[in-house]
Design a binder for this molecule. Structure first.
Ligand SMILES: NC(=O)c1ccc[n+]([C@@H]2O[C@H](COP(=O)([O-])OP(=O)(O)OC[C@H]3O[C@@H](n4cnc5c(N)ncnc54)[C@H](OP(=O)(O)O)[C@@H]3O)[C@@H](O)[C@H]2O)c1
Length: 244
């Protein structure tokens, strides 16, 4: 019987990092298919059978279920990267003070940054292979580290990423029972020049932000280095561990 196709999936390919991660995974040439998920197909998404695109709103579990059904028929998920996330947008701005705390904003941040990746894991982790290594990685953020929090502020984003980290650590424990070679991790991509970081970057000579392709290259190489002992960890783009 033929081996199932080897698949890399990137959730959030319309985003700065998601698009770069898909291109970097594709350039490695080690996956039969690079599958992109996003609310809208990016204009530059390749029009090729090796690059399927599945329109998915990650906040809609029916969409996730439908995407999982398509993916199951395509093959085994050797890499899954969740590159969606929310920091600012219509009606959402990082809080500088507790006076700005707002229930609807907090709920939205938790829904996108923590609940949705958990449901993505619920539907996609069972599609990772049982007999060979695989990586499921959710892009978190260093500011979600509780022990690293010295500046305060950004309540909702920080807390939703901390919640994501706990969900990943918990998923990892269950995942290794059926897939001892599988790895489930939270990754910090560095500060990257995307729409998400644009309003908050210093600019000028002090700006050490990465272009998305540089961060994506580092993250893809890191995923290739991760082993079963790294399951459940929180890592920066350079492979260093981040304290919870
Ligand atoms: N950039 C940085 O400096 C930085 C630093 C630390 C961590 N991160 C993390 O890295 C990840 C990627 O961020 P980025 O910098 O690439 O930001 P980005 O360019 O804003 O991309 C985020 C993507 O998430 C998608 N998304 C949000 N809600 C969604 C939903 N309900 N369904 C489907 N897609 C949804 C957005 O889709 P639409 O295009 O449809 O809105 C957007 O394309 C995020 O988790 C972020 O927190 C980034």
């Amino acid at each position: 019987m033929a081996e199932p196709a080897s698949i890399a999936v990137v959730v959030g390919v319309a985003g700065g990092l998601g698009g770069a991660l898909a291109r970097t995974l594709g350039a490695q040439g080690r996956y039969d298919l690079v599958v992109g998920l996003a609310r809208r197909r990016p204009a530059d998404w390749p029009n090729s059978p090796e690059w399927p695109f599945i329109e998915t709103d990650i906040q809609n579990e029916d969409d996730l279920l439908a995407a999982a059904q398509v993916l199951r028929a395509l093959g085994s998920l050797d890499r899954v990267v969740v590159a969606t996330g929310l920091l600012h947008g219509e009606g959402v701005a990082p809080e500088k003070t507790m006076r700005s705390l707002d229930a609807a904003t907090l709920t939205r941040l938790f829904a996108v940054n923590a609940v949705a990746p958990a449901l993505i894991a619920k539907h996609l982790l069972p599609l990772t292979p049982k007999d060979r290594p695989s990586v499921f990685a959710a892009l978190s953020a260093r500011v979600g580290s509780i022990s690293d929090n010295r500046l305060g502020g950004w309540y909702g984003y920080r807390a939703s990423k901390a919640a994501l980290n706990m969900l990943i650590a918990t998923l990892a424990i269950e995942h290794r029972r059926t897939r001892p070679l599988g790895v489930c991790v939270a990754l910090h991509p560095g500060t990257v020049l995307t729409d998400l970081s644009a309003p908050f970057r210093k600019g000028g000579a002090d700006d050490t932000s990465f272009i998305p392709a540089r961060s994506a290259q580092a993250l893809v190489e890191l995923m290739d280095r991760l082993g079963a002992d790294d399951n459940g960890g929180f890592f920066a783009w350079d492979g260093s561990r981040i304290e919870w």
